[in-house]
Design a protein around this ligand. Structure first.
Ligand SMILES: [Zn+2]
Length: 243
């Protein structure tokens, strides 16, 4: 697969060429970039014609995106902002300190960050992300072990990463990847993603057989899927890089 980046009017356009793609597809990515997927021999002029035809769709999508960013303004890591942590929306409390180290702690009803007065939002975000990654590793490892035992499906390895678009994945070699940003979700939603990925060890597809395995170990998977879908915009903003 080849990726090309080009400009169309005021938009950044990613072109992904796939050998077997028959029809051109257009999607508006959450960051506002346009992504075209098409067959490898489609001419650029055809792509531009397709984009011109899609102007209405593009505008509508971009308007919806900007409305969303009003609902969930980007974070700057100051007191009073709230963050999703294990499904709870917790207020952040910054404690200014002369210590050069930034420390993060999660309490039952708040998140606490001890940070030097001179720290920049980006530095506070780095500390927050590190905290989230560490907690994610601990919590996910325990949940994967529990469900692997229950399902009798054992991954070859488990890694915790910061994928941009997926909550988890499972390779054909049985390697499980889980997104640490999932720590924003309630524990039972995290369990769903783990059950889903473990089920791929038995079925590398989304066939009825696959969903039967998921359902056996996680009957309410519909609700978990809906939670992720409904809260994705907020989670995305929460982890958007601060300037
Ligand atoms: Zn899947």
């Amino acid at each position: 697969m080849m990726k090309e980046i080009t400009q169309f009017e005021k938009h950044v356009v990613e072109i992904w060429r796939r050998p077997r793609q028959r029809h051109m597809h257009l999607r508006v990515r959450p960051d506002g970039a346009l992504r075209i997927t098409c067959h490898r021999r489609v001419a650029k002029s055809e792509i531009f014609a397709f984009l011109r035809e899609s102007e209405g769709f593009i505008q509508k999508s971009l308007t919806a995106l900007s409305r969303q960013s009003e609902r969930f303004p980007p974070k700057t890591f100051v007191s009073g902002e709230s963050f999703l942590y294990l499904g709870q929306r917790l207020p952040l409390e910054i404690i200014w300190s002369w210590s050069p180290r930034i420390q993060v702690r999660a309490h039952n009803d708040s998140l606490e960050m001890v940070a030097p007065l001179t720290s920049k939002p980006a530095e506070r975000q780095v500390a927050w992300n590190k905290f989230m990654q560490k907690r994610a590793r601990e919590i996910f490892a325990e949940r994967v072990a529990t469900f692997a035992e229950r399902m009798k499906l054992y991954p070859a390895s488990v890694s915790v990463r910061g994928q941009r678009t997926r909550w988890g994945s499972c390779s054909s070699e049985g390697r499980l990847n889980l997104n640490w940003k999932l720590l924003a979700a309630p524990p039972d939603v995290i369990d769903y993603v783990i059950v889903h990925e473990l089920a791929h060890l038995a079925q590398m597809n989304h066939s009825p057989k696959f969903w039967a395995i998921v359902e056996r170990h996680y009957p309410a998977y519909g609700a978990a899927k809906s939670w992720l879908k409904a809260n994705e915009p907020e989670i995305r903003v929460q982890f958007q890089k601060v300037p």
